[in-house]
Design a protein around this ligand. Structure first.
Ligand code: AHG
Ligand code: MN
Ligand code: MN
Length: 309
């Protein structure tokens, strides 16, 4: 039987005519995440033997992953800025004299779900790739988005604006194509809901009760990347981290988490809103702005809009 050689990430990008420096940047990010996965594995092993896990140790890993991204981006002459969930301000990763022809900037949530590492649950990294400088209060200039899921397999989900594709890290250390042009169903059957129930608004409660009456199955791990990944790969459903009575913008961050994930899900035929507006139409006022999120299949997202009006 003919052995089909899986297409690796760089070949896939070249075959799909992705611009040269964007191919290099995506490859650099993939290598960075490979290194972060080894640091996570180290931490898993450390926590496995010493059950006294401290919040500071989890924080250390967030910071370590952040520094790994910054150091790697400083070596990429085509990257101008990096904004990270772990940094208060935008970081210029290039010397001023070098940055005039830098074409891209990135946003990173370097490690999402670090509080789950001590219980060996899956975590992820979320990256947005912007053309030019990062601009607040403007239309987004996202031209690609990706996330890496550090689970039983390390997988990479990517969109450069032409569909959403999944790559898996193989034993040789290459990300190879696992699923091209993932398409979500119009309507799914799982829901993933964050936030403490007693803090939900009445309208949100009625929406969730409707999904439950319809027989949706609850799938929530507390890790944004595996939770959304399941909605994407189980062909649909809904993830929400809503506005709460005491936190009207919810918990999740627009630039670092929600806009990259929305870019990916929309490219797979899904949708993402804050309850009313399309996530990708929101112009962030501040770097760390949070937003409620309803993301997944079109049917469930449109229904959320109707309930939340
Ligand atoms: P981060 O680790 O980057 O701060 O993100 C954690 C987020 C996200 O992973 C998840 O959806 C959410 O926290 C879960 O929040 P709750 O613990 O309130 O459910
Ligand atoms: Mn996060
Ligand atoms: Mn994080």
């Amino acid at each position: 039987m003919e052995r089909i050689t899986a297409v690796d990430l760089r070949t896939f990008l070249s075959n799909n005519n992705v611009e040269h420096n964007l191919r290099r940047l995506i490859h650099q990010i993939a290598i960075t995440c490979k290194y972060i996965s080894s640091k996570i594995n180290e931490a898993n092993r450390k926590y496995a033997v010493s059950k006294n896990v401290s919040g500071e140790q989890q924080l250390e890993l967030d910071k370590a992953a952040d520094q790994i991204f910054i150091k790697r981006m400083e070596c990429c002459a085509y990257v101008k800025q990096l904004a990270s969930e772990e940094q208060d301000e935008i970081v210029s990763v290039l010397l001023p004299e070098q940055s005039n022809n830098a074409e891209y900037s990135i946003t990173v949530d370097p490690l999402d779900g670090s509080s789950l590492i001590d219980v060996n649950l899956a975590v992820g990294s979320i990256i947005g790739i912007h053309k030019g400088e990062l601009c607040l209060k403007n239309e987004h200039n996202l031209i690609a988005a990706m996330y890496v899921l550090y689970g039983p397999l390390t997988t990479l989900i990517l969109s450069t604006g032409n569909g959403t594709h999944e790559f898996v890290l193989n034993p040789e250390g290459e990300f190879v194509l696992a699923c091209e042009n993932i398409k979500m169903k119009e309507k799914g059957n799982i829901y993933s809901i964050g936030g403490v129930k007693k803090e939900w608004t009445e309208k949100h409660k009625r929406y969730i009760e409707h999904l439950e009456d319809e027989g949706y199955k609850l799938r929530y791990s507390g890790g944004l990347v595996p939770d959304v990944n399941q909605i994407l790969l189980k062909n649909g459903g809904l993830f929400t981290y809503p506005a709460l009575i005491n936190a009207k913008n919810g918990k999740l961050r627009l630039l670092f988490e929600l806009q990259p994930l929305s870019f990916i899900i929309e490219q797979a035929g899904g949708a993402a809103i804050d309850g009313k507006n399309r996530i990708l139409d929101i112009k962030p006022e501040t770097l760390h702005q949070r937003s409620p999120i309803y993301i997944g299949s079109k049917h469930e997202v449109n229904l959320a809009k109707d309930y939340l009006m």
